[in-house]
Design a protein around this ligand. Structure first.
Ligand code: URA
Length: 274
């Protein structure tokens, strides 16, 4: 897809009107902010290899939670550990855990916040209105959470949340819940080995980058999580409430896409051997 086609597809999927003044003109968009183009270059990470280890005083309790033991688990063991986790009180109110979904070696990893009511019911992340918007955004750049018969990992996403259980009434995750659950997400990222992580919303950012800075300050450049490029963007639920920010989310998606494509290109041109 050329840049212009990508831009058009994304804007259309996101409900932003585009029209041509003349064939030579770039698309003009009606609702999005003025800068809908990707940044000219990927900026130097502001938070290099984020996620320093927690200190003991930050740890939720002395007893290791199942997620803390996840670091050597394979996919089946990890899935089972999540399903049977009782490390925090969310296990009492959940219908089921929401593990995550997607190709196990997807090049893209999306990290959201926590299951809502529909996710708690279905067991799959992002199936409500936020999920529909997310799927539309991903589809616009040729990505999918559904692996076809011969899935190309480069076109696949793995979607996970910082919490695997629904907080009652969709309240915000508590620090203790995040701490007890984070080993699961860390292991998922280790197993998927994504080429790019999209951190959606402040809880994903807090977990992965250990930053409480506003999304608006962190987006627009490439961070690193354990060496993996990470792009910060708005949570789809926020976009549903703040339609004018969709243009910025589009920028973020394009930044992520350019980052993946640049690293794939660099890998192709790297000299063989060591
Ligand atoms: N919001 C999230 O962050 N995750 C979900 O799975 C659903 C809504």
């Amino acid at each position: 897809m050329t840049w212009s086609e990508r831009q058009r597809a994304m804007l259309a999927e996101m409900g932003i009107r585009v029209w041509d003044v003349s064939p030579a003109d770039e698309p003009v968009e009606a609702e999005a902010p003025a800068s809908v183009s990707a940044p000219a270059e990927v900026s130097v990470p502001a938070v290099a290899d984020a996620r320093p280890p927690r200190t003991s005083t930050e740890t939720a309790s002395d007893a290791p939670s199942p997620s803390a033991l996840a670091s050597t688990m394979d996919w089946p063991a990890l899935r089972e550990a999540v399903a049977s986790c009782t490390a925090c009180s969310l296990c009492e109110s959940r219908r089921q855990t929401v593990f995550g979904i997607g190709h196990p070696q997807a090049h893209w990893m999306i990290v959201g916040e926590a299951p809502g009511e529909e996710e708690d019911r279905s067991g799959e992340p992002f199936v409500g209105r936020s999920g529909q918007l997310l799927d539309n955004m991903l589809r616009a750049i040729g990505l999918s959470r559904q692996a076809g018969e011969t899935p190309d990992p480069a076109k696949q996403v793995f979607i996970a949340n910082t919490l695997k259980c629904r907080p009652p009434g969709n309240r915000n995750p508590l620090p203790d819940e995040l701490a007890r659950c984070e080993g699961f997400l860390i292991r998922q990222i280790q197993l998927v080995q994504p080429r790019i992580i999209l951190a959606m919303g402040r809880f994903a950012v807090q977990s992965l980058l250990r930053s409480t800075a506003p999304i608006g300050q962190l987006r627009g450049r490439v961070h690193r999580y354990q060496g993996v490029p990470l792009v910060v963007t708005y949570h789809p639920a926020y976009l549903l409430r703040n339609l004018s920010e969709k243009g910025r989310a589009w920028d973020d998606l394009c930044l992520a896409l350019d980052t993946v494509e640049a690293s794939a290109g660099a890998a192709q041109h790297a000299p063989a051997g060591g």
